[in-house]
Structure formats: C-alpha cells, structure tokens
Design a protein around this ligand. Structure first.
Ligand SMILES: Nc1ncnc2c1ncn2[C@@H]1O[C@H](COP(=O)(O)OP(=O)(O)OP(=O)(O)O)[C@@H](O)[C@H]1O
Ligand SMILES: [Mg+2]
Length: 439
C-alpha cells in the first residue's frame, strides 16, 4: 500500500482539449479519497492518468514516493475497478478472480493461487459462487468478483470509476457499505470516482471536488458541507441543493427576497462594502415556525411566505417557495445551475420541513431560519465570505481522528475474528496484511 501524490497534473487530449488543468493532491497511505464533480469535469481522466491508461501531459505523479509518470500500468501495481466490471464471461468466478495471478506466468504455484482467491472470496462472501459464471450472477455479485480481482493483486491502491452506477438503488446501498468495510479491513489506499452525492459523503475520508478540470476544494465531507470555499462547492454538496438568493445590503440590514434581517458585526465586516451578495440557505435548516417553541423562534428570523407546491415524503416535507430574483445575480445563478446539472429552479426556494408540518400547496406559511447558518458569497467571484478557516481545519482534524479510530477498530475486530476462529477461521485479511507487490 502506498501514498499517491499528484503535483500540478495536466491533461491535454490530442485534440487540444484541456481536461485537467493542474491538479495537486496528496493522498495518504490507507486513505479513502473521493473524486466528485459534474459530468465532463475530468474525474475519469485523472483516474486513468493515475493508473497509467492515459499519458500525463505535465506534472508529477508519485506512488509510494516514486515518480511513475513513465511507468507502464502493470509496473504501478494499482488495481482498477470499472463501472462495467470487465469480467470474462467464459471463465468461472474463481478463474475471473485468479486472472491477474495467472497473467504473471509461473509467478504463483497453483496452491498459492487457490489460497489467494479463496481469501478474497471469503472477504467478499463469494465462496459459494466460485464455480459459477458471471452471467448467472446478480449485479452486486459481479461487482464483488471485480473487486476480488483487485484484491488478489495485493495492489498498492484501489481505483474505482463509478463502480456502482449500474446497480439499482438498494444494491448500491449494500455495495457502498461493503466497499467501505472492505477498505477499512484491508487498509488499502483508495481513489473513488462518483457523481453520486451519497457515495461521496459517506464513503470518503476526504472528498475532492472538481470543476472543469480544476480542483475546487479537498476536505472531509462535513467540512465541505459546512465550510464550502465557494458557490460551486456549496451548490454541489447537499441534497436537495442549497438555495441561492440575492441579498441586498442596506445599512445594517440584509434584504432577502422573502425576509429582511439584521446583520451582526461579524457579517458586516465580512461583506465589506458590497451592496449585493448571494446568500446560501440549506433546505434542511428551515423550520415551520408554528412547530417551534417561542424561545427558539426568537433566536432566529421568521418570515411569512406563499407556498407554491409541497411534497410530503414521510420523513420530511418539501415546500417550494417562489421568489423574485435580482437581475444582477440572475445570470450568475443560472450559469451555476446549468453547471451543476440543476433543475432550473433558481427562482424558487426549496425548504425541507418536519413531516408534521401542516404547510400545504397554495397556503401561507411562517418559516424560521437560524441566521448563524447563512452563507454569504461574493456575487462576482463566488467566494464564500462566511467561511471560517479555523473551524474548517478543526472539522478536518476531528475527521482524521475518527478515521484513525475506525481503522483501528476494524483491525482489532479482524484480529479478534481470526483468534476466535483459529486456523480454520474465515481467513479474512488482518488489516494491512496484504504485502505490497514487489518487482
Ligand atoms: N479521448 C479524448 N479525447 C478528447 N477529449 C476527451 C477524451 N476523453 C475525454 N475527453 C474530454 O475530457 C473531459 C473530461 O472527461 P472525463 O471522462 O474525464 O470526465 P468525467 O468527469 O469522468 O465525466 P463523467 O462524469 O461524465 O464520466 C470531457 O470534456 C471530455 O469530453
Ligand atoms: Mg467519467
């Protein structure tokens, strides 16, 4: 296992298209990093450069401290799992998993191949399917075979390119947990491309957000959610997405299309002499004021509004509230919406209320928001003016602590299972057990 370091990585395709424009990223040994971003932002290109399927136009790529720009894919000792699995239909599950070992002709005696394949099959709960053919397996099982092939290679790192996008929602959920567990158990450095919100937020130790070939922010999921660096990241992370509305600064008040609120000293300093800003409000931070205690109502700002449509989902209630935008920010917000593959709903606010709320289509509602949770962005550059670097660093530090603790727990659990089962145990890897491939 190894660290992966990208320094100013650039990719210009043959037709001159700049797909990746100078990306730098430090991935620690054993870390699980997610690459996200809209379609065409360069995620697959970056992954393919790491694995060696695509030439690097400029910059340095280091794996385990060695520059590998000019090394062939097989000399980089990485294992890639693709969206379409790339299994051999005529081979059994066993032979599919054994394939990379047989490829290194004579490198492994038959008994060694059997041992490695069975170890991987145990990890992935494929033991009873070893003699079956891929065509007869479910999507999730095929996915696991593809992962088994990555495991037996005892690679320095796993690279995944949207491995779950072909699966239905339920299976995707199962496989997501499976991949997370396997990664903790093996402690293998992992880079995982997705444009699925949930995968990005739940799987990764850190998430790297890409936009048009440029890295926007690399941080823990919580830091991205709470302390995004700009409009793009704020709009990309979160579902339903963050609402953006124009905010007009008038003295010590901030006028939103549906509410007028006082600006505290800190916010006024951050806004400076801007007369117009873009304000970000997360749907889940709104509350139905009629359901709150008086104390809480007084602690935030409340406003009356007309509700256009509602969707009751059992766990919560979505309400859509139209608003008049401001011509000076309308174009910017429309561009952003397009870029984020949005639904062109930038003239209504979506709020996620408690499912007990009685707010319904066409009714008037009194909503509540905590002003401390407002995000304020520069209307030109999109920079988040409310971001606090110290708080962001603190969140990332806590995240790193949690990661280490969970890695230790996973490894202790492994050790316990092995001790309990003795020699006939499940044969699962102890965390960190696979030896880095040599040569
Ligand atoms: N072989 C190629 N030649 C020229 N341009 C390419 C080539 N492959 C990809 N591109 C361009 O590079 C950009 C990045 O492509 P890439 O496949 O890395 O995007 P992606 O982020 O993986 O998107 P998706 O989420 O749709 O898979 C795109 O604009 C694409 O058109
Ligand atoms: Mg892709």
């Amino acid at each position: 296992m190894a660290s992966i370091v990208l320094r100013d990585i650039v990719k210009k395709y043959g037709d001159g298209f700049p797909a990746v424009k100078g990306v730098s990223l430090d991935i620690a040994d054993g870390e699980f990093v997610i690459l996200v971003g809209p379609s065409g932002c360069g995620k697959s290109t970056l992954l393919r450069m790491i694995v060696g399927l695509e030439d690097i136009t400029d910059g340095d790529l280091e794996i385990g401290g060695t520059r590998v720009n000019d090394k062939a894919p097989r000399d980089r000792h990485l294992a890639m799992v693709f969206q379409n699995y790339a299994l051999y239909p005529h081979l059994t599950v066993f032979e599919n998993i054994a394939f990379p070992l047989r490829l290194q002709k004579g490198a492994f005696p038959e008994s060694e191949i059997r041992r490695k394949v069975e170890l991987a099959a145990d990890t992935l709960e494929l033991r009873e399917h070893l003699e079956r053919k891929p065509a007869n397996l479910s999507g999730g099982q095929r996915q696991r075979v593809a992962m088994g092939r990555a495991i037996v290679r005892e690679a320095e790192a796993f690279l995944f390119d949207e491995p779950l996008s072909n699966l239905d929602a339920k299976l995707r959920g199962q496989m997501r947990t499976e991949i997370a567990r396997m990664q903790r158990r093996l402690g293998t450095t992992t880079v995982y491309v997705t444009h699925d919100q949930t995968e990005a937020m739940t799987l990764g130790d850190r998430v790297a957000v890409l936009r048009k070939g440029e890295l926007q922010q690399v941080a823990s999921p919580r830091a991205l959610y709470e302390q995004p660096v700009n409009l793009f990241v704020a709009g990309f992370i979160g579902s339903p997405p963050m609402n953006f509305v124009p905010g007009q600064v008038e003295g010590d008040r901030l006028r939103l299309p549906f509410a007028d609120l006082p600006l505290d000293e800190d916010l006024r300093t951050r806004i400076g002499d801007r007369a117009l800003v873009i304000v970000g409000l997360r749907p889940e931070h709104f509350e139905d004021a009629s359901l709150l205690e008086q104390d809480k109502v007084a602690s935030g700002f409340s406003f009356d509004c007309e509700v256009d449509a509602t969707e009751w989902l059992g766990s919560e209630l979505y309400a859509y509230i139209p608003f008049d935008t401001h011509p000076d920010v309308a174009a910017k917000l429309e561009d952003l919406d397009r870029e984020l593959d949005g639904e062109g709903m930038r003239t209504q606010v979506i709020v996620a209320l408690s499912s007990e709320s009685r707010v319904r289509d066409g009714s008037a509602a009194r909503l509540w928001y905590d002003p401390a949770r407002l995000l304020v962005f520069d209307p030109e550059t999109g920079v988040n003016l409310t971001r606090d670097d110290d708080v962001a660093a603190q969140i990332d530090a806590e995240n790193e602590e949690d990661r280490k603790a969970s890695l230790e727990r996973a490894q202790a659990r492994e050790a316990r299972e092995e001790d309990d089962g003795g020699a006939a145990a499940t044969g699962r890897h102890r965390g960190g057990a696979p030896q880095p491939a040599t040569g």
